[in-house]
Design a protein around this ligand. Structure first.
Ligand code: SAM
Ligand code: SF4
Length: 327
């Protein structure tokens, strides 16, 4: 059992497979010529499986693979196959560009639900936001997942004056398509040029949707990071991840492992614990895991509060960039 000083049980591990990516979302990757971590410094397949097993022995019941883009890693298929053997709910967050290529691997795995990131329903804006011409490939990937009966959540980072005018287009999409759209408040990370006036908060998102649709709140669970809603007659649903304006720290059960094997006890934690080097040196990593989780801050990595984020300057946050954390 992995418990912190506030009594929160940690049973959900998010493993970043790589900091490499085939898109260049400006809010995630600090610059176009970012140097990806050399493969030798990344956790190798056997190391990922060994670390995952240790966490499962300590009570982890859910593992999400993320990145960077998890499906650009050359041994993604082997990693997915081996983690599928573990007694956990295995899931993934992907940008959707490689779903077609890896569909047989996903179908053979224990993954039944995926989060696919898509911030716009307009091909041109997709290019502007990601610097890559992949909109139609992502849409095709989402459709393939639906055709093969995967549960699909679509992550939309909402940014003021960029895609907030598409909120109700995403809602309209859920009418006849069983996708579960999750609007995410824009978060500050190292180098992502965040400013508080670009954040579209939970209440504003609900207000925009309320101007056009009548919605009902869906019951939530203690560890949920999203507040979910349903619109009568829609096959899909929507949710809001309000990390900035109404965080979910009280019920947090998440631990993150970066692609270079560092444990982060919070998305916003300043510190991290190297597990890969001790693992390679044959040391017992279990005390290190407990130590790192015991040091977890009560909320938002101890770096800001929902009350003061509007005055905050993004560069004041001491953290990695999102692409090197694993969202
Ligand atoms: N490449 C995969 C993808 O795009 O889904 C997985 C990694 S990505 C870092 C994980 C999630 O973090 C994505 O949904 C992405 O939109 C989200 N994300 C990245 N930077 C963010 C930011 N600054 N604020 C809010 N969400 C962010
Ligand atoms: Fe790549 Fe995902 Fe970051 Fe976009 S959000 S740059 S797809 S890792």
């Amino acid at each position: 059992m992995i418990q912190d000083q506030f009594g929160r049980l940690h049973n959900y591990l998010r493993i970043s497979l790589t900091d490499n990516c085939n898109l260049r979302c400006f809010y995630c990757m600090p610059e176009e010529d970012y140097d990806f971590t050399p493969t030798s410094r990344l956790m190798q397949t056997n190391e990922i499986v060994a670390l995952a097993r240790t966490f499962v022995d300590l009570g982890v019941t859910k593992i999400r693979l993320t990145g960077g883009e998890p499906l650009v890693r050359k041994d993604a298929a082997a990693i997915i196959a081996q983690l599928s053997e573990l007694p956990v709910q295995l899931t993934m967050t992907t940008n959707g560009t490689r779903i077609k290529a890896l569909l047989p691997v996903l179908k053979d795995s224990s993954i039944r639900s995926l989060n696919v990131s898509l911030d716009t329903l307009q091909a041109e804006k997709f290019f502007f936001m990601t610097h890559r011409d992949q909109f139609h490939g992502v849409m095709e990937g989402i459709q393939l997942l639906l055709d093969h009966h995967f549960h699909v959540k679509v992550n939309v980072v909402v940014i003021h004056d960029l895609n907030d005018n598409e909120i109700n287009d995403f809602i309209a999409w859920t009418k006849d398509t069983p996708v579960h759209v999750r609007f995410i408040e824009f978060m500050p990370f190292s180098g992502n040029r965040w400013s508080s006036n670009q954040v579209v908060g939970y209440r504003d998102i609900l207000e925009i949707i309320g101007q056009k649709y009548a919605f009902e709140a869906l019951p939530g669970l203690k560890n949920d990071t999203a507040k979910a809603f349903h619109i009568p007659g829609h096959q899909g649903s929507f949710a809001i991840i309000s990390t900035m304006t109404a965080p979910f720290c009280e019920g947090c059960n998440r631990i993150r492992l970066t692609a270079d094997g560092k444990l982060k006890n919070c998305l916003f934690s300043k510190g991290e614990m190297d597990l890969l080097t001790p693992l390679r040196n044959g040391m017992d990593i279990i005390p290190l895991i407990h130590q790192n989780i015991a040091e977890k801050a009560e909320r938002l990595g101890g770096q800001f509060t929902p009350e003061d984020f509007e005055k905050m300057v993004g560069s004041a946050i001491e953290n990695r960039s999102m692409i090197t954390i694993g969202g």
